[in-house]
Every structure is written in structure tokens, then in C-alpha cells.
Design a protein around this ligand. Structure first.
Ligand SMILES: Nc1ncnc2c1ncn2[C@@H]1O[C@H](COP(=O)(O)OP(=O)(O)OP(=O)(O)O)[C@@H](O)[C@H]1O
Ligand SMILES: [Mg+2]
Length: 247
């Protein structure tokens, strides 16, 4: 079964959508639109009754909700309906401060959180917390922002690959269609998560003919005949929209 991403122009590039219950990677430099792409994806499902969960390891959910409320995806309504959930697995807030959005943010699970608050969580901790949300809220679409903020401990690259594959294999068993966000440092250096994911999407932000250009590119999509080209992207009032080929 293919599921629609809700990103205008994207599904046509991948035979109608993402294959369900698989794990995808969206990778790109700061500010290229990773969060926007993923919230659109969750909002699309949520609008049709599929619960979506955005797991944030760095940014506060309140900020993401605020920023995404600038677009017409009805984020706040979907959050209030508990069809769109935000979980904060980032560093603990220091001052016990709560603001008006906290009532919309799902309660925290404290499953085996043993690492110090200022230390990045391990893949096992993150997985257990996510699995608890998925079971309780019957989550169908999942986003993890970002895999770069999880503490994969091995220094040895083959062990690192095993640790990452294990994390991804566990995610595959949750029964959700998952997008992992990763920060892109060097587009030509392939990372372990790119090999382990079923599909990889790169987003770019670069100087082209003296203008800053935004583009998207599908690097791999297992089981799918897909477009491989760099395509322009634009932010509209709906969020991201895929435009023509970069010429
Ligand atoms: N209303 C808007 N209209 C047009 N572009 C906007 C608007 N709001 C935000 N943007 C663009 O969206 C970018 C942020 O998008 P987004 O948060 O999805 O990126 P990101 O890749 O998740 O960033 P980060 O790496 O910081 O998490 C901003 O840097 C800005 O260029
Ligand atoms: Mg982001």
C-alpha cells in the first residue's frame, strides 16, 4: 500500500506515495525544510484519521507547532484532536516552566531514561519511549527529529552500522510508516542510516547562478521506480511544494 505524503508534487515522483510500514530518511542542511516536509506528511495522515507522532530530540515541540501554524495544514486543530502528537525527548527543561501549549503536548514517558539530562539519549531509550507512544495512541505515521541527536556509541564504523540497523529494524516492527530526519554535513559522504533506510530523500540549499536555491532529490526508494533529478522546491502557504526540474 502506498501512502500520500501531503507534499504537493512529491507523490508523483514515487509512484503515488511511500510504501507503508517502512522507514525513510530525509536529510539536509539547516533550514532546508526537513521539519516542514515531515509535519506536512503527518498532517496529511492526521486529516484522514491516522494518528501522527513527531518526536523531537532538539527543538521544543511548542516552537515547531508555532512555526508550522503559519501554514494551512491546521496543525493546531489536529493537535487538539490528538491526531497529531508531539513528543519532547530532548533535554529536560530546567526551571519547571510550563506554558499554554503544554496541555496539547503528550505526557512524557520515563521508560529507562537513565542518561544524564544533558546527554544525548541512546537508541534503546528513544525506541522504548516511542514504542510506548505508538501503543498508547495507535500511531500510524512517525517522524524522528533527528537521528543525529541520538547517541550511537560505537566508534568502529561496522559496529555503528549494526547499531543503526538494529534501531531501524526495531522501528520497522512498530507498524508505522516512519521518517527519520538527519542533518546533512557532507552530501557525498554516505552515512549508515542511508544504507539501512528503505528510502532516502536529500534536501539541498545552495548558491546556483548567484541565487540561493532550494531543491529536493530522491536518492533511493526501494521497490519504487522513482525520479532521481534535482527539483526546485518552494515554500507556499501550504508548506513545501515540489516544482520543476532544476535547469
Ligand atoms: N512563511 C514562510 N514562507 C516562506 N518560507 C518560510 C516561511 N517560514 C519559514 N520559511 C523557511 O523555512 C525554513 C525552515 O524550514 P524547516 O524548519 O522545515 O527547516 P529544517 O530543515 O527543519 O531546519 P533545521 O535544520 O533548523 O531543523 C526557514 O529557514 C525559512 O527559509
Ligand atoms: Mg527542523
Amino acid at each position: 500500500m502506498r501512502i500520500q505524503t501531503g507534499v504537493d508534487g512529491f507523490d508523483d515522483l514515487v509512484q503515488g506515495g511511500l510504501l507503508a510500514e517502512r522507514v525513510y530518511l530525509v536529510s539536509g542542511p539547516p533550514g532546508c525544510g526537513k521539519t516542514t516536509f515531515c509535519v506536512q506528511y503527518l498532517a496529511q495522515g492526521a486529516a484522514f484519521g491516522e494518528v501522527g507522532l513527531y518526536v523531537s530530540l532538539l527543538e521544543s515541540p511548542q516552537n515547531i507547532i508555532n512555526d508550522m501554524s503559519n501554514y494551512s495544514m491546521n496543525v493546531m486543530t489536529l493537535v487538539k484532536m490528538q491526531k497529531l502528537l508531539f513528543a519532547d525527548l530532548g533535554p529536560r527543561m530546567e526551571y519547571g516552566f510550563m506554558d499554554e501549549f503544554n496541555e496539547y503536548v503528550t505526557p512524557e514517558y520515563e521508560v529507562g531514561r537513565s542518561a544524564a539530562d544533558n546527554e544525548a539519549p541512546s537508541p534503546a531509550t528513544v525506541f522504548k519511549e516511542i514504542a510506548a507512544y505508538v501503543a498508547e495512541y495507535d500511531v500510524k505515521r512517525l517522524v524522528i527529529d533527528s537521528v543525529s541527536a541520538i547517541r550511537f556509541t560505537s566508534k568502529d564504523s561496522s559496529l555503528q552500522e549494526k547499531e543503526m540497523s538494529r534501531f531501524i529494524r526495531n522501528l520497522k516492527k512498530l507498524g508505522c510508516t516512519t521518517i527519520l530526519i538527519s542533518e546533512m554535513t557532507e552530501p557525498t559522504a554516505y552515512s549508515t542510516e542511508q544504507f539501512a533506510a528503505h528510502g532516502v530523500i536529500f534536501m539541498h540549499n545552495f548558491l546556483y547562478d548567484k541565487t540561493m536555491t532550494r531543491a529536493i532529490q530522491i536518492i533511493k526508494m526501494r521497490g519504487t521506480k522513482h525520479d532521481c533529478n534535482l527539483r526546485n522546491i518552494e515554500f507556499t502557504d501550504k508548506g513545501l511544494t515540489i516544482k520543476d526540474l532544476l535547469d
